[in-house]
Design a protein around this ligand. Structure first.
Ligand code: SF4
Length: 753
C-alpha cells in the first residue's frame, strides 16, 4: 500500500494539470486527497473542479469491480478467465467466419500513450484487422490535418503555453477555455495585463468571450469565410509580410487569389460580423510584432474543418507569424491524451511515431520492432464514424476501450442501434457507461491514479502519470487485458503489462518518426516537468532522414485518408518529411525548467523556428474558399444547433456525471436560446423544449439568454437519454480529416406540453 504523496496529473483534459495525490489517512489506500502542484509550469497551482474532485470516482460505489457477461439478456458477474475466454472465443470465431476485418477496435483519447500504442499493435498484429480508430477523430482531427497540410507536422501547440502572455495579440477561435480548461485562462489574463489583446470568436458570449477586448459572434459554420475576409483586408491594407512569404512559404499566389474573392461586405453577409469589426480585428492582429491564432472545436468540428483551419493558418503565414517568437498558429487539443493518442497507432491510418500506415519504410521499421513481416500488417481502415456506422454489417465484433459513443458520436441514436446489431461487443471501462450497458462482456479496468503511464498534453509535452494507490480487488489494467487476449489468440509475446516496458518499445517504434520519443525515458519524466517531442535519442541527430532508426523521407504521417473515394484533398500532405527534430539546435530551444543528462536531447518546446517540416522547409498556403454547411436551415428546420461543454462535466460525462459535486453543479442538459427566439416560440425559462433535427428529437429545459445569437441554439453534449444533444448532430464528414459536423445542424424547436 502506498502512503506517501505522489506527484502526478489530472485524468481529464489536455492541459494535464499537475497535482499531488495523498492516500487518505484511514490507511485504506483507496481514497486520496488532491492538492495542487505549484511546481508544474502548466497549471501553476490551479485546478478546476473536475480535477479537484477526480478521486471521488476511485472509491465510488458506481465503480465496476467485477467482469460482467451477458446471460439471458442480463449482465452478470463473472471471473476474469470467463470474461477473457469469451472475448477471445468471439473474436476468434468472427475472424474465422468473416475474416479479420470483421473485428473492429475502438479506442479513446483518454488512453495513455502505452495503451494507445498497444491497442494499435493488438489490432494489427493479433487480430490482423485494419478496422481500428478512436474517439479523438471527433476531437482535433481537422486541426491535425490542417497543420500537416501547412507545416508538414501536427503538434497541437508548436510552442509552450508560457509564450501566450508574451505575444501581442491572440485570436481565439471557437474555444470556451474558461469552462473547458479553466486554469488556462490565466495565460490570457496575463496577456492582457502585459498589454496584449484578446479577440474571441464564438457565436455565444461565453465566459471566455467576456474576457475579450473584442468578441465576434459569427453565424455557426462561417469561420472559414471569416478568416478569408480577414486575409482579404490584410492584403488590401498592406499588412502582408512579403519577405517572410518569399523566404518561408509556398503557394501564396493561389491562396491570395482565393482570399481576394471574399470581399469584406460579402463576408459580413455570410458571417454576420460587421466590416468595422473585421477591420478592428485586422488592426489588433497586425499592429503588434507578435501574434497568434488558436483554434479549437468551434471551427474544426465541421465538414469543412480542415479548410477552415487552413484559412486561419493562411492568415498567420501571410502576416509572417509561424516560426517566429511568441507567434504562430496552434490548436487547443481537448482530451487528456488527445495529442499522444493521435501519435502512436490507434488511428485508422497510422503507425507509432506519427508514421503513415501506407508508407513502406514506416511499415518495415515498425514491423521490425514488432518482430513481424511488414506484409502481414493490414492497410488503413475506416475513420471513427464510418467504422461505427459499419457495425452489424461487415463489422461483426467490436472491442472498445475508453470511449462512450452512445453519448459522444454524431447521430447517436443510429450509432446506438448499430452497436446493438453487432454479433459481439466487449467494453473495457471503469464504470457501466451507456455503451458498456449494451456489451456482451464488460471488463472493469484501472483508473489514472491506480496505474502509471505517459500522456502528451496540448503543448506536445510528454508527462508521466505515476501510480499513487493500489487498485481495488478485482480490477486489472487495459494492458493486462490486451496481454491476456493476445495470449489466448496465440500471441504469447510482445504485449507486456508493465507500462514502462511498453514505453521502452514505443521509444524504439517512434524513433526517426515525426513524433520521435526515443530520447524520452520514465526516469527523465520523473525528474523533469515533461519533455517536448520530437526528442531523438541521440542529441547529435541532425534531423536527416535515414537515421539509426531507419526513418526515411516517406516515413511520415499525413492525418488524412488518402485514396478514399471522396477525398479530393487527400493529396495535399503526401510529401511531408519525417525523422527531423523539426526545430533549431537544442541550445536555442531548451526545455523550460528541464534538467537533462549531458548529451541528451532537451526536447523541442518550439517548432519551426528554422524550417517547417516539409521537404523544402517551407510552410504551404492552401487555397480555400467559403462553402455552406452540409445542412443549412430551411423552412422545416429553420434554426441552427451548436453543441459544446459546460465547466462541471467532461466529454460524454461517463466519469463526471458520477461525481456528486459535479452532478449537483450541472445535473442535466439544457437548450440555450435568445429571448427573441423564445418569444416567437412561446418558450418559457426552465420549461422543456424539444429540439428536432432530421436525425431525431431531444428534449431539455429552456435556458433563455441574450448571450447567444437569435438564429442559433446551444446544447451541451454530456448527457444520454432524452436530453442527448448528439441525437441531433449531423455525421457529414470532412473529406480530409473525416471529422463529423458536430458544430452546426438545422433544427426546429417545439414546445412540450
Ligand atoms: Fe486541469 Fe483539465 Fe483537469 Fe481541470 S480537467 S484540473 S483544467 S487537466
Amino acid at each position: 500500500m502506498q502512503t506517501s504523496v505522489t506527484p502526478t496529473h489530472c485524468p481529464y483534459c489536455a492541459l494535464q494539470c499537475g497535482m499531488n495525490l495523498t492516500p487518505a489517512s484511514d490507511g485504506s489506500g483507496s481514497v486520496v486527497d488532491v492538492t495542487e502542484r505549484s511546481d508544474f509550469p502548466v497549471n501553476r497551482g490551479a485546478l478546476c473542479g473536475k480535477g479537484r474532485t477526480a478521486p471521488a470516482l476511485l472509491s465510488s460505489q458506481v465503480r465496476l469491480t467485477s467482469p460482467l457477461i451477458r446471460s439471458d439478456g442480463v449482465l452478470r458477474p463473472a471471473t476474469w478467465d470467463e470474461a477473457l475466454d469469451r472475448i477471445a472465443e468471439e473474436l476468434s470465431r468472427t475472424r474465422t467466419e468473416h475474416g479479420p476485418d470483421a473485428c473492429g477496435v475502438f479506442g479513446g483519447g483518454g488512453l495513455t500513450n502505452e495503451k494507445a500504442y498497444t491497442l494499435g499493435k493488438f489490432a494489427r498484429v493479433v487480430l490482423g484487422t485494419s478496422q481500428i480508430d478512436y474517439n479523438g477523430r471527433f476531437c482535433m482531427s481537422s486541426a491535425a490535418a490542417g497543420g500537416i497540410k501547412a507545416f508538414g507536422l501536427d503538434r497541437g501547440l508548436p510552442f509552450p503555453l508560457e509564450d501566450i502572455p508574451k505575444t501581442g495579440c491572440v485570436i481565439l477561435v471557437g474555444s470556451n477555455l474558461a469552462e473547458t480548461m479553466p486554469p488556462a485562462l490565466r495565460y490570457f489574463t496575463e496577456l492582457k495585463e502585459n498589454g496584449g489583446k484578446l479577440v474571441v470568436i464564438d457565436p455565444r458570449r461565453t465566459r471566455t468571450a467576456e474576457q475579450a477586448d473584442l468578441h465576434l459572434a459569427p453565424r455557426p459554420g462561417t469561420d472559414l469565410a471569416l478568416a478569408l475576409g480577414l486575409l482579404h483586408l490584410v492584403v488590401a491594407e498592406g499588412h502582408t509580410d512579403e519577405a517572410y512569404i518569399q523566404e518561408r512559404t509556398s503557394g501564396w499566389e493561389e491562396a491570395r487569389a482565393a482570399a481576394m474573392a471574399h470581399w469584406p461586405e460579402y463576408v459580413e453577409r455570410i458571417t454576420g460580423v460587421s466590416v468595422p469589426q473585421l477591420r478592428e480585428t485586422v488592426r489588433l492582429f497586425c499592429e503588434p510584432e507578435s501574434a497568434m491564432v488558436l483554434t479549437a472545436r468551434g471551427p474544426e468540428q465541421h465538414s469543412k474543418g480542415t479548410d477552415t483551419v487552413g484559412a486561419w493558418i493562411n492568415l498567420c503565414l501571410a502576416t509572417g507569424r509561424p516560426g517566429r517568437p511568441f507567434s504562430g498558429y496552434g490548436c487547443l487539443t481537448g482530451q487528456g491524451n488527445g495529442q499522444g493518442g493521435r501519435e502512436h497507432g490507434q488511428k485508422a491510418d497510422q503507425l507509432p511515431g506519427y508514421r503513415k500506415l501506407d508508407d513502406p519504410a514506416a511499415r518495415r521499421h515498425v514491423a521490425e520492432v514488432w518482430g513481424v513481416d511488414p506484409d502481414s500488417l493490414p492497410g488503413p481502415g475506416r475513420s471513427a464514424y464510418e467504422l461505427l456506422d459499419a457495425m452489424g454489417t461487415d463489422i461483426r465484433a467490436l472491442l472498445l476501450m475508453a470511449s462512450n459513443p452512445v453519448v459522444s458520436a454524431p447521430r447517436a441514436a443510429h450509432i446506438e442501434e448499430r452497436l446493438k446489431s453487432l454479433d459481439f461487443l466487449a467494453v473495457a471501462d471503469v464504470v457501466l457507461s451507456e455503451t458498456a450497458e449494451l456489451a456482451d462482456v464488460v471488463l472493469p479496468v484501472t483508473q489514472w491514479a491506480e496505474e502509471s503511464g505517459t500522456t502528451t498534453n496540448l503543448e506536445g509535452r510528454v508527462l508521466l502519470r505515476k501510480q499513487a494507490i493500489t487498485p481495488p480487488e478485482g480490477i486489472r489494467s487495459d494492458l493486462h487485458v490486451m496481454h491476456e487476449l493476445a495470449a489466448r489468440l496465440g500471441v504469447e509475446k510482445g504485449f507486456p503489462t508493465d507500462p514502462e516496458e511498453v514505453f521502452e518499445e514505443l521509444r524504439r517504434a517512434s524513433a526517426g518518426g515525426p513524433a520521435d520519443y526515443s530520447g524520452i525515458t520514465y526516469r527523465r519524466l520523473a525528474e523533469e516537468n515533461g519533455v517536448f517531442w520530437p526528442c531523438p535519442a541521440d542529441d547529435s541527430a541532425d534531423g536527416s532522414a535515414g537515421g539509426s532508426a531507419g526513418g526515411s523521407a516517406e516515413d511520415c504521417e499525413d492525418a488524412t485518408f488518402d485514396g478514399l473515394p471522396d477525398d479530393p484533398a487527400g493529396d495535399a500532405a503526401d510529401d511531408v518529411v519525417a525523422a527531423t527534430p523539426a526545430g533549431p539546435s537544442p541550445a536555442r530551444n531548451s526545455a523550460p525548467g528541464g534538467v537533462q543528462e549531458p548529451g541528451a536531447h532537451p526536447g523541442t518546446p518550439r517548432l519551426f523556428l528554422d524550417r517547417f517540416h516539409t521537404p523544402d522547409g517551407r510552410a504551404r498556403f492552401v487555397a480555400v474558399s467559403h462553402r455552406p454547411l452540409a445542412e443549412e436551415p430551411d423552412d422545416e428546420y429553420p434554426v441552427l444547433l451548436t453543441t459544446g461543454r459546460v465547466v462541471s462535466q467532461y466529454q460524454s460525462g461517463a466519469q463526471t456525471r458520477r461525481v456528486d459535486e459535479l452532478n449537483a453543479a450541472a445535473p442535466s442538459s439544457f437548450v440555450e436560446l435568445h429571448p427573441r427566439l423564445a418569444e416567437r416560440l412561446g418558450a418559457v425559462e426552465g420549461e422543456p423544449l424539444a429540439v428536432v433535427s432530421r436525425r431525431g428529437r431531444a428534449v431539455a429545459p429552456a435556458r433563455i439568454t441574450t448571450s447567444i445569437r437569435p438564429d442559433t441554439v446551444f446544447m451541451p453534449f454530456h448527457w444520454p437519454g432524452e436530453g442527448r444533444a448528439n441525437t441531433l448532430t449531423n455525421p457529414a464528414l470532412d473529406p480530409t480529416s473525416r471529422m463529423p459536423e458536430f458544430k452546426a445542424c438545422a433544427v426546429r424547436l417545439e414546445r412540450v406540453d
